[in-house]
Design a protein around this ligand. Structure first.
Ligand SMILES: NC(=O)c1ccc[n+]([C@@H]2O[C@H](COP(=O)([O-])OP(=O)(O)OC[C@H]3O[C@@H](n4cnc5c(N)ncnc54)[C@H](OP(=O)(O)O)[C@@H]3O)[C@@H](O)[C@H]2O)c1
Length: 355
């Protein structure tokens, strides 16, 4: 069987570069077109030097894209909706990594992203692209959204308790997220200037982070706590730390009643048994006792864990991912695999690096 042909729109960016790397070793898909407005005509490796001698493609203008089987849109916020009708004429399968099609609810979109959605008729056509949550809907789907990286770390930490009905949604759910610099994309800004960014512990979204919407949507999707009945709500704080890749979500929340640790173990095992990319990390010895983003660099694994407070129903949930992989390009390829019935692990076997 011939491989699926894939186009990466926004191929000079960090998520586009990761897609190109992953798909270069995919058994069932290959990248045939990559776009850039600023580096048109240049070879991929001039922007992504790790792909020297791996990828021979040159960047083309977005306007020159020809038909392919799949289009990955790796564009800034708002750009996917702007041309979604055109992209849909150029491929049967679209995976959009931006936030444009992540939220099902237009009201939630307006609240978190400001203004009305530019292509609301497309919202129902897209499946939220987190296979651990939406695998059934992704099978055979034509359109998948990407995921927010901070949302993904928070969602994978919370999901076992939500699914098991253990979470008390009348209490606040507080996600403290520490993130690496690549989350901000490849374009340089004042904030990314090395003397300003290096060594920083910068609280860039102490309240009101947009990815909160995806966490509310996840909780609502289990039908146990529709967003409007969350008494206290979900609160997310994001802090940039000295890391290039990685997200660590530390989620503070409450159980409906105090539980023994074995009940939480069961909830986590039940939720993630058979999941190819989620690992439960909780040991009493060694230095990697809890999820740690450092060892996930370049990997699609999400490491999850938990710690109960001694005196009651308070629990701390943890999830570490690589923002560019499980938080973006890795999940996007995992979605493609599910949508097209490939082995879900295809192209995604890299385990990360240690040390
Ligand atoms: N970075 C992350 O950790 C992460 C995680 C999850 C999701 N995401 C989302 O994924 C998307 C891409 O993120 P990124 O970090 O890869 O961004 P990025 O590094 O800034 O790359 C953006 C890409 O889009 C191209 N581009 C910009 N404006 C365009 C336009 N109007 N038309 C066509 N191409 C355009 C750029 O190249 P040219 O200017 O040369 O055309 C570049 O290749 C964003 O929506 C982001 O929110 C990112």
């Amino acid at each position: 069987m011939s491989k699926l042909s894939c186009t990466i729109v926004g191929g000079t960016g960090y998520t586009g570069g990761e897609l190109l790397r992953i798909l270069s070793f995919h058994p069932d898909a290959e990248v045939t077109q990559i776009t850039s407005r600023s580096r048109m005509g240049e070879y991929a490796h001039t922007v992504h030097p790790n792909l020297r001698s791996v990828c021979q493609l040159q960047f083309i203008r977005p306007d020159d894209v020809q038909r392919s089987d799949v289009i990955f849109l790796c564009l800034p916020h708002g750009e996917a909706t702007a041309q979604i009708e055109r992209w849909a004429t150029l491929a049967d399968t679209i995976v959009d990594l931006s936030a444009d099609f992540r939220l099902r609810d237009q009201v939630a979109y307006a609240r978190w992203y400001g203004g009305t959605h530019a292509a609301p008729q497309w919202l129902d056509k897209f499946v939220y692209g987190l296979p651990e949550l939406t695998r059934a809907q992704l099978k055979g789907a034509r359109y998948a959204s990407g995921v927010g990286c901070n949302a993904t770390a928070t969602n994978l930490a919370l999901m076992p308790l939500v699914k098991a009905g253990l979470l008390d949604t009348s209490q606040p759910i507080i996600s403290d997220v520490k993130v690496g610099s690549s989350e901000a994309g490849a374009e340089a800004t004042d904030a990314s200037h090395h003397p300003e960014r290096s060594g920083a512990v910068r609280s860039y979204a102490p309240a009101g982070h947009r990815h909160t919407a995806e966490v509310e949507q996840m909780i609502a999707s289990f039908g146990q706590a529709p967003t409007q009945t969350l008494t206290q709500g979900v609160y997310m704080s994001a802090t940039s730390i000295e890391m290039v890749r990685g997200v660590l979500a530390t989620v503070h929340c409450f159980l409906k009643e105090p539980q023994q640790e074995k009940v939480l173990w069961k909830a986590f095992r039940d939720c993630y048994k058979g999941e190819p990319f989620v690992r439960i990390v909780k040991t009493n010895t060694g230095i990697f006792r809890a999820p740690e983003p450092k060892i996930l660099s370049g990997s699609n694994f999400a490491d999850v864990g938990f710690a109960l407070s001694d005196d009651g129903p308070k629990v701390t949930l943890l999830c570490a991912i690589d923002n560019l992989m499980k938080g973006a390009a890795g999940s996007a390829v995992q979605c493609l695999n599910v949508m097209h019935g490939f082995d879900e692990r295809a192209g995604l076997q890299f385990p990360g690096l240690h040390p």
